[in-house]
Design a protein around this ligand. Structure first.
Ligand code: PA5
Length: 447
């Protein structure tokens, strides 16, 4: 039950391999439900074959559409929230480095974000930056009516039109939305904005490999072909024709369900590379929104190490024993640097002199895993060769596939999100949105 990508060996000291193998029939049944489309939410399974169905024509169309934006903008503002934002941000930040600036982008646009919260200060500060730079907007919303991006887009459209005029603005606005429905579709058609379709059968948090992720990434010069090529490899590796014992998504789904049933209610996605911070944010949405329902679900948390070893490390080592970890382990960093020697050795790290920083990072990773396993925290490892588009494409698809299987193993619908409506109903009632009069009356009696 092992392959070069997925290492479950430390889990076996908590749950014997034979016990996890007992979940094989259940995991395969969940996988069948997923692939045969016989489970709840089966109208949202378009992501399963998406990588292999993405053709040269799709890439060419996107690249042609973004060429003006890419070559004539200092900034691309991605307007979107949740599944219409996190995937692109995760990949952009992972692939462009920790110090993103005009200098490090080498003439390509920097991606900035709007519509992912409702902060007035943020919008004012963003507009102040954009006053002095050339920019384009990629607005992404499947429904076209989500409050946060709708507010941000209204402001940015006005800002851009004032800055460059309506005609030029129309060439600098790209829309990714539903094929037929919603305000954005209507606006795109009326104003002649270049638009892309979010397939009906792909939900927000599974949409990163559709134009939702590909358009803003291509606009910032990210290699979307490599990204999709990686995800295509993983699509094959996770196919039901691959035996359970070699199928990473089925194995991971079985292992995490075994851990969950043994009382491990929280999964922490761990990285040792700060560029992966937003990858964890994407992952948290994927699993949190997919599994957290009907009083069930593993709570998805994340840490950026070694930073968080100096904050949350104490709890993980020693707090309530309801945790397990999934570590993204990167074989080789993008760059090389060694630690210098200093004659005085005041900080007493000469014993590390001339060694690579990554060697120290790797020992921190190994030492932490050993300490956590000893402390009662099982540790799953996912090993990727490098922080590149292909490896990240593989990871994205792996997690999506495993999430579908795992959700069905929990006997919930992994593809809906009924819980996110509750806050919206209250917010609309409090804002006295037309159509919410009854809710407004009720909520006012509670204030
Ligand atoms: O996963 C989801 O469905 C959500 O996170 C949505 O992506 C998010 O709410 C944004 O929705 P929309 O694309 O309709 O603006």
């Amino acid at each position: 039950m092992q392959n070069s990508f997925l290492d479950l060996s430390s889990v076996f000291s908590f749950i014997p391999e034979q016990e996890i193998l007992k979940l094989k029939p259940e995991a395969l049944e969940a996988q069948r439900t997923l692939y045969e489309g016989t489970g709840a939410g089966n109208n949202f399974l378009g992501w399963i074959r998406l990588p292999s169905r993405t053709t040269e024509q799709h890439f060419a169309e996107i690249e042609e559409a973004v060429s003006k934006v890419k070559n004539n903008s200092e900034f691309v503002v991605l307007v979107g929230i949740g599944g219409s934002y996190l995937g692109a941000r995760a990949l952009y930040e992972a692939l462009t480095g920790s110090f993103i600036s005009a200098d490090t982008r080498g003439g390509l646009p920097q991606m900035v974000f709007a519509g992912h919260h409702i902060s007035e200060d943020y919008m004012v500060e963003l507009c102040r930056v954009l006053d002095h730079h050339t920019y384009s907007v990629v607005v992404i919303s499947k429904s076209g009516t989500t409050t946060e991006p709708a507010i941000a887009f209204r402001i940015l459209k006005e800002h851009l039109e004032k800055k460059v005029g309506e005609k030029e603005a129309a060439e600098r606005i790209l829309v990714v939305t539903d094929a037929h429905r919603g305000a954005l579709r209507q606006l795109a058609d009326e104003r002649g904005y270049r638009s892309f379709v979010i397939p009906d059968d792909v939900g927000g948090r599974f949409s990163v490999l559709t134009p939702v992720g590909l358009v803003p990434l291509a606009a910032c010069g990210i290699d979307i072909r490599q990204l999709v090529a990686g995800s295509r490899e993983m699509e094959q590796a996770c196919d039901p024709s691959v035996p359970f014992e070699e199928n990473p998504a089925a194995l991971y789904a079985a292992a995490r369900n075994a851990l969950y049933r043994s009382g491990k209610k929280i999964e922490i996605l761990v990285n040792y590379h700060p560029r992966l911070h937003y990858f964890s944010e994407w992952w948290k949405q994927l699993f949190g929104e997919s599994e957290g329902k009907q009083g069930k679900g593993i709570y998805p948390a994340s840490v950026d190490n070694s930073t968080d070893l100096h904050s949350l490390g104490q709890y993980i080592q020693d707090g309530e024993r309801i945790l397990f970890e999934t570590v993204i382990s990167i074989a080789e960093p993008t760059h090389r640097m060694t630690i210098p020697e200093e004659p005085a050795d005041l900080d007493q790290i000469n014993y590390l002199a001339r060694r690579r920083i990554d060697h120290v990072n790797k020992m921190a990773e190994l030492g932490t895993a050993m300490a956590h396993v000893e402390g009662g925290v099982p540790n799953i490892r996912l090993i990727i060769p490098a922080l590149d588009a292909s490896s990240l494409g593989r990871l994205l698809y792996f997690f999506e596939n495993a999430c579908g299987i795992s959700g069905y193993m929990m006997d919930i619908n992994p593809f809906n999100q009924p819980g996110v409506e509750a806050y919206k109903r209250n917010m609309f009632a409090l804002l006295e949105k037309p159509g919410f009069e009854e809710e407004t009356r009720k909520i006012k009696t509670r204030l």
